[in-house]
Design a protein. Sequence first.
Length: 402
Amino acid sequence: MRRVVVIGGGILGLAVARELAGRGDEVILLEKEHRWAAHQTGNNSNVVHAGLYYKPGSHKARMSVAGNRSILAFAREHGVPAEVCGKLVVATQRSERAALHVLAERAQANGVPARLIGPAEAREYEPEVACVEALRVETTGIIDFPAVCETLAQLSAAVGADLRLGTRAVAIRSRAGGGVDIATETRTDSGTASGTLRADVLVNCAGLHADRVAELAGVRPRARIVPFRGEYYELNPEKRHLVRGLIYPVPDPSLPFLGVHLTRMLDGSVHAGPNAVLALRREGYRWRDVSPRDVADVARFPGAWRLARRYAFPVGYDEVWRSLSRKRFARSLARLVPAVGRGDITRHGSGVRAQAVLPDGSLADDFLIDRAPGQVHVLNAPSPAATSALEIARHIADSAEA
């Protein structure tokens, strides 16, 4: 029996632990926080993506379409709250129609049920929406991803996985004869305990710290993590009736972000966002969250400067403005639903996305996995990674066996 150590207790790490333990491996999962899904998984929009945005034939396209089916089936089987509500992607001006049609063609190529509709039919789904044309996507849903993680943890433990909260890897060394030694620190109320784990295989699902864990293991990662914060607002309760389901803008194909959108959640609340601004800390959920080390890492990385030259103006400028101005944020929402005004929204937390940036300043567009003897490092697993978590886990488990 192999011993596999998985680092990272988000949805992907937990899915990998469950998959490997189910295949008969001895699995130990390390999560530095004291709860599951503490960062990316627990601070996203909880949308189950259909798979229409991604390049046909890419890992993201294939895994998102398959993941949409598998994560919803998982929810039904285990009683996790989920709903298939569909969504509208709306062109609010004629200049966006061409991009919307390209999106419809991509949906068809990926096998995603979607159809172009006119303004009148769009208003049958969303009476308050403004558009010249829309794409109706039937298989988009919403789900409680933190509840998925709790269920995955229970299922992993049931098949023998050793799940360790409050435990981080502080040093990683490959053994000459094969395998990996991982030095750990575990924080409890009574203090900190150190230890060493001997593993046959290491799987790095550390998300925002994936590149650092790879370096700790002696691997030079192909990409660096640059953190982007996405801030959310919530429609005030008396304005929730303005949105029935999910309303998205036509995305800019040159950017990895889908734009500010409106999402009715499982509890009936309506979230708006996220925008995308550079975070000054890898776990920086507010402007005042600053890490000198994290800022210095970005400043020393040439790819970050090349990225900035490409997107700083007007894209980056607009995103920062929207972050600082509720009026500007509300104006972006009003493009989709004109009845939304500045006084109708309240701030509602944020999330930080682990964006993998290549040395030339381009954004890693697909899932990115680096391998070394006895090691698998997931360096880029952006949205739709949560949707695709069970599919990605099977792919990683196969890689770990190779």
